[in-house]
Design a protein. Structure first.
Length: 343
């Protein structure tokens, strides 16, 4: 899947079309869409694998693709008429947004009036729609809404050192009027897998792919310099990195191996789901452990701002800090599931 080594926020329509084309070609914009004529339902493993390959080509694109896979899953829970409106009969629709509750809304004359700030919402510069989760002032219930990006004020605020091209800016929903058909009150469903579970699996995937790609580049670079590849310290560092990447790949495969369609994931036990999520987080940790070893094997050049390995280090450092990828949270969630109902 040929693509540029990096992306940036679009400065013109051509830039926007290029990013959208790469995402569409990866297939992730089709995720969970029943209207795209797939012979079989999407599986979590299929999407995770696509995201890993997309991240290997470009971490920013992989991250936006991971967000799209999660938001599509949320969109798929809306009524059929809403799906037709948002996804449309054709085209590759990109929905940006966050799952975390941010803002409030009130019902007036059959419509939901929303005031919310959603940040950071990756993919905003290229999005067609924005998804937000707000709290109903009157009932206290959480309500998920879908709003055309034209109705949203986008503020450029993303200034992290890594994933700089992911467009994680701020979406302001300033008293936006949302028709009832584009709202969904979130009812508790204790037996279903929460969307945050899928976020853990999907967000880890492109970051692991980025580290796998970095290892390949370092091996090609070191292998092309016979004198450096003969140095014991270089060989030891790159060899140790390769073992960490192999461990990450194995854990990543184990995390998604038992994950089929959405319905099949919902049918799994809480322990099985927590185990998969924890394996995905462990896989990312192993991949991240490989990066300083790759820097040691490459030398001081890897610390230059424009070096591809330096970019990978920054991208993975930023992405791995997402709350869905917290090792502490995943470990506690696994423990809670393991001992649930035993006390």
């Amino acid at each position: 899947m040929p693509m540029s080594p990096s992306i940036s926020k679009p400065t013109d329509q051509h830039d926007r079309d290029a990013v959208r084309e790469h995402l569409a070609r990866s297939g992730v914009l089709d995720a969970w869409r029943p209207d795209r004529g797939r012979p079989a339902p999407w599986t979590v493993a299929d999407i995770a694998d696509r995201l890993r390959h997309l991240g290997a080509a470009d971490a920013d694109l992989g991250w936006i693709g991971a967000v799209a896979a999660v938001t599509n899953l949320a969109v798929a829970e809306f009524p059929g008429e809403t799906l037709l409106e948002v996804w449309g009969p054709d085209g590759d629709t990109l929905v940006a947004g966050t799952l975390a509750p941010q803002g409030t809304g009130t019902w007036t004359d059959g419509a939901f009036h929303v005031r919310a700030v959603s940040t950071p919402a990756s993919g905003l510069p290229w999005a067609d729609w924005v998804m937000a989760t707000v709290r109903d002032v009157d009932s206290g219930a959480l309500v998920r809404v879908l709003v055309p990006v034209a109705d949203v004020r986008v503020e450029t605020t993303w200034d992290a050192t890594g994933l700089q091209g992911s467009g994680g800016d701020t979406a302001h929903l300033d008293d936006v009027v949302v028709p009832a058909r584009r709202t969904r009150t979130l009812a508790p469903a204790p037996s279903a897998a929460p969307l945050t579970f899928f976020a853990t699996i999907f967000f880890a995937s492109p970051l692991i792919g980025a580290v796998e790609s970095a290892l390949d580049r370092v091996l090609d670079d070191v292998g092309g310099h016979g004198e450096r590849s003969a140095r014991p310290d270089v060989r030891a560092a790159v060899g140790a990195a390769a073992r960490e990447v192999a461990r990450a790949a194995g854990l990543h495969a184990a995390a998604s191996a038992a994950l089929g369609t959405r319905d099949e994931v919902d049918a799994l036990s809480a322990v099985a789901r927590a185990t998969s999520a924890d394996l995905a987080v462990q896989a990312l940790a192993a991949a991240e452990h490989a990066l300083p070893l790759l820097v040691s094997g490459t030398g001081a050049a890897a610390l230059h701002t424009g070096h591809p390995l330096a970019r990978t280090v920054r991208d993975v450092a930023v992405g791995a800090r997402h709350t869905a990828l917290s090792p502490t949270k995943s470990a506690l969630a696994h423990t809670d599931a393991l001992f649930g109902g035993r006390s």
